[in-house]
Design a protein around this ligand. Sequence first.
Ligand code: SF4
Ligand code: SF4
Length: 435
Amino acid sequence: METHFSKEQLKDKDNKSSEKILRKCVHCGFCNATCPTYQLLGDELDGPRGRIYLIKDMLENKKPANEKIVKHIDRCLSCYSCMTTCPSGVNYMHLVDHGRSHIEKTYKRPFNDRVIRNFLSKVLPNPVLFRIIGTLTILIKPFQYLFPKQLREMISIMPIKFPKKKLPKMQIYPAQKRKKPVARVALLTGCVQRVISPQINEATIRLLNRHGVEVVVPKNINCCGSLNHHLGKSKLAEETFKKNISIWYEEYIKNGLDAIISNTSGCGTTLKDYGFIFRSDNELKKKAKKISELTKDISEYLDENVKLNFINNKENKKIYKIAYHSACSMQHGQKVHDIPINLIKKTGNDVVDIPEGHLCCGSAGTYNLLQNDIAKKLLKNKVINIKKVDPQFITTGNIGCITQIANGTKIPILHTVEVIDWYTGGPKPEILRRL
Ligand code: SF4
Ligand code: SF4
C-alpha cells in the first residue's frame, strides 16, 4: 500500500512502525474471510482491510478520530485472526494498538462510555478493587433488571461466586522432594484470574513444583498491562509494563529465572510484545526484550522443558471426549495451537477440534463488556459449534474464554493446566466432580 507520511511524521517511532506495516498490505482482502466481525456484520469497515484504511487515514493525515472511525475500531476484537490469514505478514496487532492509542488521544467519547471505560481500566487490573466490586455485584445480581442495558449485561457476565484459595499466598513455591530445583520460573498470576479462578494458578504451581520447578510470584506484579493497552490507555499501560519489567528483570539478574510463565494467553501475548513496545527506549529496551524472550505459555514451557509424569489412578481411568478451544490470543497472537492439544492427548483422552475454531468466542478482554451484542452472537455461534462435537468437557488456555463460554453452555470448561495437573497426580478439578 502506498503511504504519504512526511519525514517529520516518520520521526515518531509509532508512525515509523505503522508506515512499515501499511506498506506491506496489498489490499487483497483475504483477511476479511476470517474476520469474525466482518462475517457477522458484512461491512467492509468492520473487517481488517477497512480498519487498516481508517487507521491509515487518521495517522497519515493527522486527523482526530471521529464517531464513525471509533465505532468500527471499537468493534475489532483484537483476535488477530486476520494476521494468521494475511499472506503478506501485515502486523495488524501493532497497527490497531497505535490506532487505539490515537483515538484515546484525539477523541472525546460520550460521557457514559468514558465512565465505563475508566471504571474498567481502574477496577479490572486491581485484584483488591475487583474483589470488592465483584462481591457487590453478586449482591445486586437479583436486581440487575433494574439497571440500564449495558450495566445489566455487565452484571450478568460476572461470576456468581469466587472460589476460595487453597494454596497459601507465598512469593516462592519450592520444588518438591528436591534439594535443588531443576528450574526456576516466575508465574504471572494475573489480575482477574487470581480472583475468579484461583484454582488455575494453584494447578500450575502444584504441577511445576511436583516436577521439580521452583515458582516465584513477585508480590507487586498484578496485571500485565494489556487491559489498559487494549483500551488505548497507553500511559497507564506503560506504567504497568515498566513496573513489571523492572521487577522481573531484577529477579532474573539477582536470583536467576529460566522462564516467565503465563497461563492466560491474552497476557502472554502482551508480555511477548514488551520488547517491541519498548523498542526505542534506550533505558528499557534490553530489559523488555529479555522479559519477552523469557515469556512462555505454560503449555509451551511444559512441552519444551518438563518430562511430565502421567499417573493412572482410579479416578482418571475413564476416557473423556474433550473439546479444545484455541483462544485467539493463543492461536493467532502467540501462534501456539498444536502444543496444548498434544499435551492433553498425552492424558489418553480423546481430544476433538471445535468446528470454525479459528473464530473468537466474543470474550476478547473487555470486549464482552463493551460490545455485548456482537459478543453474544459470537458466543452463540461458538456454543453451536461446540455442541456439534458433543464433548464431555472443554479445555482452553485463557480465563476470558472460560468465563465467556461458561455463560453460554452447561458443558464444563476448565483450563488445560488443570487437566494436566490432575493426570500427573493433582486433584480432580472441582468442576468435573460429576463426570
Ligand atoms: S483482529 Fe479480529 S476482529 Fe479485528 S480486524 Fe482482525 S480478524 Fe477482525
Ligand atoms: S490479507 Fe493482509 S495484505 Fe491482504 S488486505 Fe488483509 S492485511 Fe492487507
